[in-house]
Write a protein that binds this ligand. Structure first.
Ligand SMILES: *[C@@H]1O[C@H](CO)[C@@H](O)[C@H](O)[C@H]1NC(C)=O
Ligand SMILES: *[C@@H]1O[C@H](CO)[C@@H](O)[C@H](O)[C@H]1NC(C)=O
Length: 475
């Protein structure tokens, strides 16, 4: 009886706690009028097909109680195209600026019209009357749309970019300005939301004062963008660790030009005779930034080796310039493989406690200004490795596989990592830790030695048999 009573009492307590928290949550999060953005500045960089947005928010707590989170809002379409979202707290003086990165996580429930929220956790709660400045960086992919959707070989590519002149926010913004940077001065049209000004490659929306929460004012900018729209539909990077000296990297690319489609047929004569005008929206060269000290570099496709590549080595990096077999126009695709080796000691280390080894390698695609729709990284550990674990600065989908290569007896553990919507900003190091017993290094040589020994025995046996037959015959 007493137990039941206690349980019931407990339930009531927790339910009321939940209700109270919900009430507090909905009160504090989206409709929090205690928090005000006193000044906001947004810089949108449209110079490539990867859109970078820098948002600076000056936030003030106008209420009585401390506030520990600040919310940023996105439309559902933006969230689908969001490749990266970061928040930092700038500090220090002009010359010695420091940036402390802050936690930023999705927050439910959604706001009006499906607005998605992300909550930035402050290092310490913002007390009544205090002000803090936050910087947010976000990257959008597949957010500029070619229009017209088809162009001829000699035409420039025009694209649309859609956004809101007013920053979408769950807070009242006292003062704000948006700057949009276009790749060239060729801007066909743009929505005017007074005051709007254009100077050179910059479009300025604002300043706007006292905009209430959730204000949205749609704009369209129609401009020229002939930068290569390089999209890798699928990239598989295989990294094979051999404790016998090197790491073999093999990268399988399925690449496409994601810009406006080519109208009519392609004229190679026109392309080669007037290179400055013909095919301005196409690309024929790609740059892959590989680690320093690479060797045995190859570049091939289904047909065979492709000779048109140049490798430039220096102490910090290796630049591999490659040319597909044909220039790529909108909608065209190319598949190829790049392979190289790097010295083991540059990327394989012993953990500080000496118990494990780890690979420290760059994540992402080595190709400049490229979006990867689906990236798979497969790290094949040496035979006999156990307990692999991955450490990366962002969330990844991961699982394990087993593969057998030349001379493997037990098979090698392969750590498979997947990530969608990868941009160059994802090229930061990641680590794969694993246990390894050095005795396993002797397995392969032992197999070789035994194979040779058995072969030798077989030869001896064969020769003996042979000799004895010969002897039999002659005698
Ligand atoms: C392709 O290039 C690699 C490395 O340069 C070379 O080892 C291989 O023999 C070449 N293959 C063909 C078919 O030319
Ligand atoms: C991984 O390598 C990078 C340099 O490429 C270095 O800055 C970083 O400290 C390394 N991380 C670990 C855990 O060794």
């Amino acid at each position: 009886m007493a137990m039941a009573m206690e349980l019931k009492f407990g339930n009531v307590l927790s339910i009321s706690a939940i209700i109270f928290l919900c009430f507090l949550g909905s009160f504090c999060s989206a409709n929090d009028q205690n928090l005000r953005i006193t000044n906001a500045e947004r810089r949108i960089d449209l110079s490539s097909h990867i859109i970078k947005v820098f948002l600076t928010l000056k936030v003030e707590n106008k209420g009585m109680s401390p506030i520990s989170e600040v919310i940023v809002a996105f439309t559902p379409v933006e969230v689908d195209h969001l490749a990266l979202l970061k928040a930092v707290l700038p500090g220090g003086k002009k010359k010695k600026k420091t940036y402390t990165s802050l936690d930023i996580n999705p927050k439910l429930p959604d706001g009006p019209n499906g607005t998605k929220y992300f909550s930035i956790t402050l290092l310490k709660p913002l007390k009544s009357g205090e002000v803090v400045t936050l910087e947010v960086l976000y990257i959008l992919t597949r957010s500029i749309e070619p229009f017209p959707t088809e162009i001829s070989q000699s035409e420039s590519q025009l694209v649309y970019y859609r956004d809101s002149a007013i920053i979408l926010s769950p807070y009242h913004i006292e003062q704000q300005t948006t700057f949009i940077r276009t790749p060239s001065t060729k801007v066909e049209s743009y929505t005017n939301v007074e005051p709007t000004n254009r100077a050179g490659v910059e479009l300025k929306y604002g300043p706007y004062v006292d905009q209430p929460a959730h204000t949205f004012s749609p704009i369209i900018v129609h401009f020229e963008n002939n930068n290569p729209f390089v999209v890798v539909d699928e990239l598989v990077r295989e990294i094979e660790i051999s404790h016998w000296g090197s790491i073999q990297v093999t990268e399988h690319y399925k690449l496409a030009h994601a810009g406006a489609r080519l109208k009519g047929s392609f004229s190679r004569v026109d392309y080669q005779s007037r290179p400055s005008v013909s095919g301005v929206a196409s690309f024929k060269q790609l740059l892959a930034r590989l680690p320093p000290r690479v060797y045995s570099v190859y570049y091939r496709d289904d047909i065979g080796n492709i000779s048109s590549s140049h490798l430039r080595l220096d102490s910090k990096k290796s630049d591999l310039e490659i040319e597909p077999r044909y220039p790529l126009f909108g909608g065209w695709k190319a598949s190829f493989i790049i392979g190289y080796r790097v010295p083991l000691e540059d990327f394989l280390y012993e953990s500080t406690d000496g118990k494990q080894r780890y690979l420290n390698f760059s994540f992402g695609c080595p190709m400049a200004e490229t979006v990867v729709n689906k990236l798979t990284i497969k790290v094949a550990l040496p035979e006999g490795s156990k307990n692999p674990s991955v450490s990366a600065p962002f969330t990844l989908e991961q699982h394990l596989e087993t593969t057998y290569s030349y001379l493997d007896v037990f098979g090698r553990t392969v750590v498979v990592l997947n990530k969608m919507n990868v941009v160059p900003e994802h090229n930061s190091p990641f680590q794969v830790y694993y246990d390894f017993k050095p005795a396993f290094m002797l397995v392969e040589p032992l197999i070789l030695v035994s194979v040779f020994f058995l072969f030798f025995l077989a030869c001896v046996a064969y020769l003996h048999v042979d000799i004895s037959i010969m002897k039999y015959k002659t005698s």
